[in-house]
Design a protein around this ligand. Sequence first.
Ligand code: UT7
Length: 325
Amino acid sequence: MSRYSRITGTGSYLPPKRLTNADLVARLASSGVETSDEWIVERSGISARHFASDGVFCSDLALQACNKALEAAHRKPQDVDLIIVATSTPDMVFPSTACILQGKLGAHGGAAFDVQAVCSGFIYALTVADALIKTGSAKCALVVGAEIFSRILDFKDRGTCVLFGDGAGAVVLEASQTPGILSTDLHADGKYVDLLCVPGHVNGGEVQGVPLLQMAGQSVFKLAVGVLEDAARAVLAKADKTEIDIDWLIPHQANIRIMQSTAKKLQLPMDKVIVTVDQHGNTSAASIPLALDYGVRSGKVQAGQTLLLEGVGGGFTWGAVLLNL
Ligand code: UT7
């Protein structure tokens, strides 16, 4: 009998501190950095983002999202035999945020590890969890995207600091006899490392290099638009489907213009695209599960529908997952 993986519950969490563009404009002005609500909205579609308070860590955001996903799936932490956390802003150098999360959940003994693929992280994590479930290595997985990008932003660089936010999203992915995940497609190209990076590391107790996000925005934008279309077409072809079969496109939420461009290339109207970038900003690996959970809880995204999830980010990494909810 065939074995598939299927999402049985979603959850998400945003830290309570919400900054509108006006709040950020005022904060940046006090350090001589000039920006405006008009520029941020026009160039990115972002109006607000959430920032975690000091003392709150990635695993704390992940925990809240996981508790909601488990509740939606009618599962307990003890049912979970695999935890994968996609993050680029882990609590510590090691152990993994997934292990820290496992301890906080009180779910002992299953496998737990992090995946680091920046903004494509959730797509990578979902693909790995799907494969582990299909091969029988796991039955009930928590797949999480969680980030505190506010900690790695350069608030002197107006080209990046206005774009990102913090948050977490999670899904429970379970073994099933009917297909949930239909096809997956992952890629990376390491020749683009410098386009989007945090080029710092720890050596002898000191941070060396620049531990803050740097991005060549326009180059990333152009690459993103091309590879997202390729990944979308690849998962559709692998599952023997076409654009017409897509009920919802749930893309990485980096920039409304990138989403509009992808939708146009796939001939999808924007009312088939879940958009949260306006309220969340770019939450990197958390953005897709946050958008998915928003879609589900708002009643837009419903059981039985076909969803195309896709992400792109530092590395350069990109990929897509096509699934039936
Ligand atoms: O999550 C991973 C994937 N990440 C992405 O997909 C992000 C991709 N890139 C983008 O979304 C866009 O490139 C940005 C939103 C980052 C920038 O938009 P853009 O249309 O590419 O603007 P730009 O970088 O070409 O900058 C245009 C102008 C520049 O001024 P000059 O040189 O034309 O005088 C910038 O200095 O806008 C200026 N600018 C700003 N002005 C006001 C840059 N940032 C700001 C700002 N406020 N915050």
